[in-house]
Unconditional design. Structure first.
Length: 228
C-alpha cells in the first residue's frame, strides 16, 4: 500500500549547511588572499597596473581594504551557495503525483504515467507504461534515499534500464531514422555543444518523445532508441 505522507527527497542537510557556511568563508579567505597578493605584486618593479593599485590603496586604507575584500569574497561565496542550492533536484512524492523541481523548472508527473523508476549514470529516470521516458533528470547524490522513497510509495524501482541494450549511438543523417528525428537530434547536439544541458535540451528531448524516440547522453554523444 502506498504511503500517504508526502516525501521530499533533495540534497541532504549536511550539504546545505556546508554550502552556506564553507563557501562564504572560503570566499572571504580568497578575497583576503587577492588583496595580499595584489598589494605584494604591485611592489614589484615590473608589475602591471601599479598605478591602479596605488589609487585603490589610497582611497581605501587599511584595515578597510582588507575588510572590503573579505566582504566581497564572502558575498561571492553566498551567491555560489545560492546557485548550487538552486541547481539541485528536489523530488516530492505526494499521493498520486511525482513533483520534480530544479531552479525554475517544475514537472508534475501523474502516478499513472510512471510504470517504473531507476537511476542510471547520474540521472533519475521515470519510465512510462510502454517504454517511453517521462523524465530524465540529473541526480549525483546518494541513490539510497531516492530508492527508499519511491519504493515506500509503491513505485517499481528497477536496478537498471531495461531498454539499455536497445540504444544506439546517433550519427548525423542516421538512415534508420526519419528526417524530422534526425533534424531534432542535430539541433539538440548543437544546443548541448553551445550551452550544455538545460531547458532547451529538455524541450528537444520531449519533442523526440513525441516522434517516438528516446534519447540519452554520454559525454558529447547522443544515444537513441525507438519507443516500443
Amino acid at each position: 500500500m502506498a504511503a500517504r505522507t508526502p516525501t521530499v527527497v533533495g540534497e541532504p542537510l549536511w550539504l546545505t549547511v556546508v554550502a552556506w557556511t564553507v563557501l562564504p568563508v572560503a570566499g572571504a579567505g580568497l578575497g583576503w588572499l587577492v588583496k595580499v597578493a595584489g598589494v605584494w605584486a604591485a611592489e614589484l618593479p615590473w608589475a602591471p597596473y601599479q598605478e591602479i593599485v596605488d589609487v585603490v590603496v589610497q582611497l581605501v586604507p587599511e584595515p578597510w581594504l582588507t575588510l572590503v575584500m573579505c566582504v566581497v569574497g564572502g558575498l561571492a561565496g553566498l551567491v555560489g551557495a545560492f546557485l548550487l542550492r538552486r541547481a539541485g533536484l528536489s523530488v516530492t512524492l505526494d499521493g498520486d503525483v511525482v513533483l520534480l523541481r530544479r531552479a525554475a523548472f517544475t514537472q508534475e508527473v501523474p502516478r499513472a504515467d510512471v510504470a517504473s523508476v531507476f537511476w542510471e549514470e547520474g540521472h533519475l529516470v521515470l519510465l512510462r507504461p510502454g517504454g517511453g521516458e517521462v523524465a530524465r533528470e540529473p541526480w549525483d547524490l546518494s541513490v539510497g534515499p531516492m530508492t527508499e522513497a519511491f519504493r515506500r510509495h509503491g513505485y517499481t524501482w528497477l536496478e537498471s534500464d531495461p531498454h539499455r541494450a536497445d540504444f544506439r549511438e546517433w550519427t548525423p543523417g542516421e538512415p534508420e531514422l526519419d528526417a524530422p528525428v534526425n533534424a531534432v537530434l542535430r539541433a539538440r547536439q548543437i544546443v548541448r555543444e553551445k550551452v550544455g544541458d538545460g531547458d532547451a535540451v529538455r524541450e528537444l528531448r520531449d519533442e523526440l518523445a513525441k516522434l517516438g524516440v528516446v534519447v540519452r547522453d554520454a559525454e558529447k554523444a547522443q544515444f537513441w532508441r525507438r519507443i516500443p
